[in-house]
Design a binder for this molecule. Structure first.
Ligand code: UDP
Length: 408
């Protein structure tokens, strides 16, 4: 009889677009390299296997993203040890059996978590499955070894929320040294930690066409300076602020005389897309409005700079493309930083010198205008972006994961 393919189960929640994009990056590369012997499933385990209210996490997250104060409170509450304990207990009580059913149904040889809420309960579910009847791949050993191997791949850049970091994992892949420090303080050891960067899709690592050639390929004006605006994977970035930034940018750039084009990617935010398509733009500026695009690497290769919210995936991709990043914030009421995980992403861009951050659309427009009229500044930002990037992250993570899979 033919041996069955090995199975890898990737657990995520579709809160934002970044978790799935990173999961697809890993699954895509494993499929290309070992499609005949390894099968990868990506499952939004909370939506599909947990009871109410956990199965509504995606829409709850979307709701909270446009209410930064609420999101900031939620983020801090789930990080603070006593409330984190209560939070974990509620999840375990209500959702463990569903998550256990998900794992039992997929019969994985290895589990990868790519979401902060996919450590604690899935690890407990795996341990209880191993206790009831060890899977063939499990070997004797400590708690982390008596079951199917479990790894975490972190998909945030800078701010290390403690829910990401569980000492019971076999390996934990982190994107930055600040995560290494945080992980050690949570009891993870050097042997468990791997610092490779954030996994991004393969096409970012193999990009060929750049600048005018890439613009021509996308049907854009080849000879115009190009500003790319990305409003987040699920378009959860507040549409009014993104639009305001675009309008200001347009006014500012239009004044300078040099022909510019704006390419606005609305992700899955259909309302923003429609709103922008109905806007009458001055003839001095060429505006292209897109919905969800799959050719993000080509759009980034075609652009001179990027305006975006502080999403880790988009920042890591832009960094590989050498694209200066203007971060627009939504937390106007909360002082100098965005709440929650995006604070660390902002810090990553600023401390590596490849962009700027502002909550003010006028400042955003003025900064982008200045960049476009200063080739040397654009060049420096671009060089810094590339220096901070880790285009090999996906391949490095896949290599280590497969080694762990073979070892079992
Ligand atoms: N993205 C895409 N097409 C779109 C909009 C976004 O492929 O039309 C991708 C983007 O390239 C990135 C992900 O969606 O990989 C968004 O993830 P990020 O971590 O930046 O933000 P999140 O949406 O998770 O907050």
């Amino acid at each position: 009889t033919r041996r069955r393919k090995k199975r890898i189960l990737i657990l995520i929640s579709d809160t934002g677009g970044g978790h799935r994009a990173s999961a697809q990056a890993l699954a895509g590369l494993i499929g290309r390299q070992h499609g005949e012997s390894i099968e990868v499933s990506i499952v939004d385990v909370w939506t599909n296997y947990a009871p109410y209210p956990f199965n509504r996490m995606v829409s709850q997250y979307r709701y909270m993203q446009s209410r930064p104060l609420l999101w900031g409170t939620m983020y801090r509450t789930s990080a603070f040890p006593p409330t984190r304990f209560l939070f974990n207990s509620a999840q375990r009580l209500l959702a463990k059996s569903g998550i256990r059913a998900c794992i039992a149904q997929h019969e994985p040889d290895l589990v990868i978590s790519m979401h902060p809420l996919c450590q604690t309960v899935p690890l407990q579910a795996l341990a209880s499955l191993a206790h009831d009847g060890p899977s063939p791949s499990s070997v004797a050993g400590g708690e982390a070894r008596g079951r199917v191997p479990f790894v975490t791949v972190v998909t945030d850049l800078g701010a290390a929320h403690p829910l990401w970091l569980h000492p019971g994992v076999d390996l934990c892949f982190v994107p930055s040294s600040s995560f290494v420090r945080a992980a050690k303080s949570k009891g993870l050891t050097d042997a468990q930690l791997r610092l490779h960067g954030l996994p991004v899709r393969h096409d970012f690592a193999v990009q060929r066409r750049r600048g005018a050639a890439a613009r021509r390929e996308l049907g854009l004006h080849a000879d115009r300076k190009t500003v790319l605006v990305v409003g987040g994977g699920d378009g959860s970035a507040a549409s009014s602020e993104v639009s305001a930034a675009i309008l200001d940018c347009h006014a500012d750039l239009g004044k300078r005389g040099e022909p510019v084009q704006l390419v606005v990617i609305c992700g899955r935010n259909a309302r923003l897309q429609q709103q922008l398509r109905e806007t009458e733009w001055a003839p001095s500026i060429h505006v292209v409005v897109e919905g969800f695009v799959t050719r993000m690497s080509e759009f980034m290769a075609a652009a001179d700079c990027l305006i975006t919210k502080a999403g880790p995936g988009t920042i890591a991709e832009a960094s590989i493309c050498g694209l200066p990043v203007m971060l627009s914030g939504r937390a106007a009421s909360l002082g100098p930083h965005l709440p929650g995980q995006e604070t660390g992403n902002v810090r990553h861009v600023l401390s590596n010198g490849f962009g700027a951050y502002s909550r003010n659309p006028r400042t955003i427009a003025a900064t982008v205008s200045r960049w476009l009229s200063s080739p040397s500044e654009l060049q420096t930002l671009s060089r810094n972006a590339r220096a901070a990037s880790r285009p090999g992250a996906t391949a490095d993570i896949v290599r280590d994961v497969l080694r762990l899979l073979e070892d079992r």
